[in-house]
Design a protein. Structure first.
Lengths: 115, 116
């Protein structure tokens, strides 16, 4: 799996957009970008994933650069409850065979949303 | 949809005893489940992959005789920590993959194990 690089921590004001970057310069053509977050003492929560097109759902938007070497997770209106560790994971997608789903977690980005 | 339930959410046991943790997919069938462990201030580390009806696959360094995994049905996998010791105290998290390959991996809320 391609390695990802994320900032250790970020701050964001409540109500503002939180933009979390992720570098994955060695990503392969069949690898997807997944984002999960983990609120303290809970299991990781799936946020969004994408291959090459930008994606949006009710939680966030995912912007992937044209060369796919980096991406940005956008929380459009951050709230205090969005304070968590955010993990960017690159992994072979749904057609990746029986090992699909085996995720390798890095250290992630600690996002702190303050009033 | 796609809810994964873990039970118990926390457990305290004495050294030398065994503890069983359950992981259930509530609204989908999971052919594959994954067990992770997380120590304080660290990231999640994959312990093993559990496949329905077959033996689990363990990651390097994880003792299969100590961490027994059973995936007897498409909705239930169990992790038994045998002869627990204080160093086994950790946050254990399961995740499940639905048979639909387009669905993402979903996680349970974890089990906090404390061995005294």
């Amino acid at each position: 799996d391609a390695k990802t690089t994320q900032p250790t921590s970020m701050d964001c004001a409540e109500g503002r957009a939180a933009n979390l970057p992720c570098n994955h310069s060695t990503i392969s053509g069949n690898e997807y970008v997944y984002w999960y977050r983990q609120i303290h003492s809970q299991g990781p929560q799936y946020i969004i994933h994408g291959l090459k097109n930008n994606e949006t759902n009710e939680m966030a938007s995912l912007i992937i650069t044209e060369d796919r070497k980096s991406s940005t997770l956008i929380l459009p209106h951050a709230t205090l409850r969005d304070t968590a560790v955010y993990y960017c994971i690159v992994r072979v997608g749904p057609a990746g065979g029986t090992s699909y789903g085996k995720l390798t977690f890095g250290q992630g980005t600690i996002l702190t949303v303050h009033p | 949809g796609a809810v994964v339930s873990q039970h118990p959410s926390w457990v305290i046991c004495k050294s030398g005893t065994s503890v069983k943790i359950e992981c259930r997919s509530l609204d989908f069938q999971a052919t594959t489940m994954f067990w992770y462990r997380q120590f304080p201030k660290q990231s999640l580390m994959l312990m093993a992959t559990s496949n329905e009806g077959s033996k689990a696959t363990y990651e390097q360094g994880v003792e299969k005789d100590k961490f027994l995994i059973n995936h007897a049905s498409l909705t239930l996998s169990t992790l038994t920590v045998t002869s627990a010791h204080p160093e086994d105290s950790s946050f254990y998290i399961c995740s499940a993959r639905a048979t639909d390959p387009r669905s993402p991996l979903h996680f349970g809320n974890g089990t906090r194990l404390t061995v005294t």
